[in-house]
Design a protein around this ligand. Sequence first.
Ligand SMILES: [Zn+2]
Length: 265
Amino acid sequence: MSLGSLIASRRVILCVGCGGVGKTTTAAAIGLAAAARGRRTLCLTVDPARRLAESLGLSEMKHEAQKVDRARFAEVGLEVEGSLTVMMLDPKGTFDDLVSWGRQLEVLTPRAAKQMTAEAQRDPAGAATTLARARHLREALYHVFSAVAAGSHPPAPDLARLNEELKRALARQRLSLEGNKVSWTFESDPTDLDAVLWPVVRSAGELLTADEGIARLRECASETCGWLFVDTSKNRSRRWCDMADCGNRAKARRHYHRMQGPPKP
Ligand SMILES: [Zn+2]
């Protein structure tokens, strides 16, 4: 089959093989050929080396979609009717991101985070499963909290997902004694990659059932933000997730509109 008919007849083309055979460069060439034939093309790589970026003359490869500027092709005399977008997937890196997020929120101790990173390296499939569950949970939490903040009922599938995760998390809760203080902790098993999710779901449950928890829940007033926050202000009048960020942008916009004067007839 010629390259032209391959591109014309396929939606997804995978380049696989052992290291150093030229998968990435071939993928870049196929992507470019498809774009030149008018296709909207996405070139995905899991290669952490910079081969794809280098073969396309980009300064860096990002984890987000990055459209290659058409002018770049024109420079080398290539007319590209379609488009070429490139992106790097890094499955391990994204699990590491979840672990460092857990560190930032202090739901993981430095020791647990280290053990978890090592375990993810040993069991990449397990890490991918936990990561997928974390993403689903994030979606579910957003839908549940956003509905509650707006005073409406959370969607049933999202509540079901949260309950499913709660069931797992609460099953691992233990009472532990430190000095003469007894507190709720989680069973510590260094091979359990899910451990990063447990404190999050428990805390979500606590917030949803807390006195005034729901009444103080807000969604940022900025149209483009979508952050949820607990309004701890005295008169419960906070509108933005962060006054220094969304709040200031809204103020600047109002100021700009005032400066424009009343609409002309
Ligand atoms: Zn905001």
